[in-house]
Design a protein around this ligand. Structure first.
Ligand code: ADP
Ligand code: ZN
Ligand code: ZN
Length: 814
């Protein structure tokens, strides 16, 4: 007898797989979706492994196969295990990433009569059983629900158990009715030859059956299945006409599955590969030779980091590398951050691989997702494009994975499983023999470190391609707000910035004012000298909470009162908090009364799903002069009329209580500085800050990634932050603050005990500390941060109860 290790769709299952026996006659393989009994329910499960022996004494039988087709490949099964082990997430959460859209459904129980040779006489049975078996025998099968209606829930279940026990009835399971049905349409075609149809049509004409004749002629022209609706429209025939031709046996009407396609190819003209410039060529050749060696089954550097500013031709390299993979009989997946998945991006891929591109993302209807998934699984698509979840598309013969803007935090999922698409992609590539290309203008410091160490292969596109006149990088001016104050300017606009705004609008240009709102009012800064209160132990900015008087460190819970005077310059203007977008809008209104303002942030765009496009469209159509916004505006900077960009306060992101604040600031400012002034009018960028000498600001203003990187990696080394150590964040939330804190203390003691008993030297624990968002939807949140190495393995055996969130390799603040 064989056994299967099954990952079960139940919250109780967590990271465990369960052993089930495979009943004789049932054929089950790795990657198969099956029904399994679990407690008193029948649940979905995915077979992860087949074994000859059971690890447990008593096993139950697999109840049935959900669908004959395997839902997971061997590589995906291995990936499931890896994600669950590495991110400490429930197995089914991991497997869910790879299941067909809409697959997760409940079982419906059916009862049918067992096929015993002699239909045993039911007359001797007790009344209930007799009635039930008669009902069951009348039909092929009957749902348990229906029996419950006749007999009552409890009684029906008891009766069925008795009948099954006597061997008179059997249960079977099916997925509850499909929420996503493949879309079907009625189609029509000839069943006779076109010649015969034309003859008959001529005859019918003579009999004045004009409509029938027209339809036959039409179908003779299109000798294939034609959508019924189209045939009816084109020939103006109605139902009786069709029925009579069907009656004569000349045509047939059939339901055929139609594919819904999220890309409309009508409007897309195919494009050909461009002739690469020399930097692109050498990048491409490296990737190409790696693809070749991988295809031959030889070992080869498989992760590339392609650094190049926007416009340096990275996408063209991706497209040609994908074409190369396809030439070698492989397929590709290209990931972009959700916000970058615009029709233009899709079109660029679709025009290079006509009808061979699939798009997978959450904005598609479930039906569209389902259809795309089926097309991909059928091997119809050379390239799958989408946000991080597209990584799990059932792409066969995977040869190349591309991750554009690899530094983006959107690649980390913030719900279970809390995976990072970059790390999972590299794992998947290892399992499938694929090549990975990471691309960015400002690579993640950890990625660049890997490239420096030689773990990744570094490729560089140093310049913009710009076929016409090379548009220069815009001039960036860093304004020291301390100097502004000394000069008596108390407005939030420095004289440089106001001048830039005035001039730009006067010349008919547009302005973008950029503000990092996240945490904007959370830190305390001296308005006179720019001094920011920091934790003495962790170096991060102390955070101010509206409902508390003290400042708090979100890494170690160090607390300090807000001082009356600035510790550095003794000014009394220390209680200054950063400003938000609304305040900025107000101030802009006072300062530039004639300018038309437009605000773009998540408060505005949170409402409708199309409002991003709407706001951007309004601004593009020059219905406003000044666009005020947060991070989001950095993505929409490809606006030709914009001639001035102001970063109102670079300090807001610099002072987030997070060791990545410098990196984040550099990335944002580079994006702003690198994209402004792309139109004919040139551009000007003004960055306002109290820390003009900060390396992240300096480097961004000079468009100098390397000097930023060298400084940043040095700080990381000194403070033992990633990539020099691994981090894990453990957050507990509860409605009772004190209880919450106690629980975090308890787990901390447990972890310390575990660490010391195992003699692990390099794991350190920070906290309990209030989480950055200390209170969320009425619950308090406290956290522990672990620093060390191999933290998944360390944490794996520790019983961490419900209510906890474990985040391995966290990014950003939680
Ligand atoms: P990135 O992805 O780095 O932003 P793209 O690949 O989008 O860069 O290239 C920027 C622009 O230059 C695009 O309009 C693209 O069509 C064009 N381009 C890219 N490579 C070439 C080339 N080799 N020859 C001519 N134009 C190119
Ligand atoms: Zn001061
Ligand atoms: Zn601290």
């Amino acid at each position: 007898m064989g056994y299967a290790e099954v990952c079960v769709n139940s919250p109780i299952a967590q990271r465990r797989a369960f052993t089930y026996a495979i009943p004789s006659g049932l054929s089950v393989a790795v990657g198969q979706a099956v029904w399994v009994p679990f407690g008193d329910k029948i649940l979905q499960g995915i077979v992860l492994e087949l074994t000859d022996y059971s690890a447990v004494e008593e096993t139950r039988d697999i109840a049935g196969v959900i669908e004959p087709h395997l839902v997971l490949s061997q590589a995906h099964v291995s990936l499931t295990r890896w994600i669950s082990e590495y991110y400490l997430s429930p197995l089914f959460d991991a497997v869910s990433l790879m299941l067909p859209p809409g697959f997760e459904r409940k079982a419906v129980t059916f009862i049918s009569a067992s096929r015993v040779p002699d239909e045993r006489d039911a007359s001797s049975l007790p009344q209930g059983q007799r009635e039930a078996i008669e009902l069951v025998r009348e039909r092929d099968k009957i749902s348990l629900k229906e029996l419950e209606k006749s007999f009552g829930k409890k009684r029906a279940q008891a009766i069925i158990s008795q009948l099954v026990g006597r061997g008179l009835a059997v249960r079977s399971y099916e997925l509850e009715p499909i929420k996503v049905k493949p879309k079907k349409g009625l189609y029509i075609r000839l069943t006779i030859t076109p010649d015969k149809a034309r003859q008959e049509a001529a005859r019918l004409q003579g009999q004045r059956a004009v409509r029938q004749a027209t339809l036959l002629d039409f179908l003779a022209q299109h000798h294939k299945f034609v959508p019924l609706a189209e045939a009816r429209k084109r020939t103006r025939c109605d139902k009786p006409v069709i029925n009579s031709l069907v009656g004569k046996g000349w045509i047939t009407v059939r339901q055929i599955e139609v594919k819904r396609q999220p890309i409309s190819y009508q409007d897309i003209t195919p494009s050909s590969p461009l002739k690469l410039i020399s930097a692109q060529k050498s990048a491409f050749e490296s990737i190409k030779s790696s693809l070749l060696r991988q295809a031959e089954g030889r070992n080869s550097p498989s992760v590339f980091l392609l650094r190049g500013v926007t416009g340096s031709g990275k996408t063209e390299v991706y497209l040609q590398a994908l074409a190369e993979a396809v030439r070698l009989g492989r397929r590709g997946i290209a990931l972009v951050p959700e916000i970058a998945l615009t029709p233009q991006t899709i079109e660029r891929f679709a025009s290079r691989f006509p009808r061979k591109v699939a798009v997978l993302h959450s904005k598609l209807s479930l039906g569209e997702q389902f259809d795309e998934w089926q097309r991909i699984r059928g091997g119809e698509c050379d390239v799958v494009i989408g946000p991080r979840s597209a990584l799990f598309a059932p792409q066969l013969d995977l040869g190349l994975i591309i991750i554009d803007e690899e530094h983006e935090w959107a690649y980390k999922q913030d719900i279970s499983p809390r995976y990072h698409a970059r790390d999972v992609a590299i794992k998947l590539a290892e399992l499938t023999g694929a090549v990975v290309v990471l691309g960015s203008a400002t690579p993640d410091v950890e990625s660049f470190y890997c490239a420096q160490r030689g773990d990744y292969h570094l490729l560089h596109l140093p310049e913009r391609v710009t076929p016409e006149e090379a548009s220069p990088m815009p001039q960036v001016e860093v304004v020291d707000l301390k100097e502004e104050l000394k000069a008596g300017n108390r407005s939030i606009f420095s004289s440089s910035l106001s001048q830039a705004i005035y001039e730009s609008i006067a010349e008919g240009g547009q302005v973008i004012l950029f503000l990092n709102r996240r945490g904007a009012s959370a830190f305390v800064q001296c308005r006179n000298c720019g001094f920011v209160l920091r934790c003495r132990r962790c170096e991060v900015a102390l955070t101010h909470h509206r409902d508390e008087t003290a400042l708090v460190c979100h890494q170690c819970n160090y607390k300090a009162a807000v001082p009356d005077t600035c510790p550095r310059c003794k000014s009394r203007r220390i209680k200054y908090l950063g400003i938000g977008t609304q305040k900025l809008e107000q101030e802009s209104g006072y300062a530039f009364p004639h300018a038309r303002l437009l605000r773009w942030d998540s408060d505005v765009t949170g409402k409708g799903k199309d409002s991003h496009g709407e706001i951007l469209g309004k601004f593009r159509d020059h219905e406003a002069d000044i666009l005020i916004g947060t991070q989001m505006v950095a993505k929409g900077l490809d606006l030709p009329l914009v001639t001035a960009v102001g970063v109102v306060s670079a300090d807001t992101s610099l002072n987030l209580p997070d060791f990545r604040a410098g990196e984040r600031t550099f990335q944002l400012l580079s994006q702003v500085a690198g994209r402004a002034g792309r139109g004919v009018m040139g551009g000007r960028v003004v960055i306002q800050t109290y820390s003009p000498e900060h390396y992240a600001i300096q480097a961004a203003a000079r468009h100098d990634y390397l000097s930023f990187y060298h400084q940043e990696i040095e700080y990381r080394r000194q403070l033992r932050n990633p990539p020099f150590a691994q981090l894990a964040s453990l957050v507990y939330s509860h409605t009772n603050d004190a209880l919450c804190r106690r629980e975090v203390g308890r787990i901390r003691r447990l972890l310390v005990e575990e660490r010391d008993s195992k003699g692990i030297a390099d794991v350190s624990l920070i906290g309990p500390a209030p989480a950055f968002i200390h209170r969320l939807r009425g619950r308090f949140r406290w956290q522990l941060v672990l620093r060390g190495s191999e933290l998944s393995a360390f944490l794996s055996p520790i019983p961490i109860p419900q209510g906890w969130t474990v985040d391995i390799d966290p990014v950003g603040l939680t």
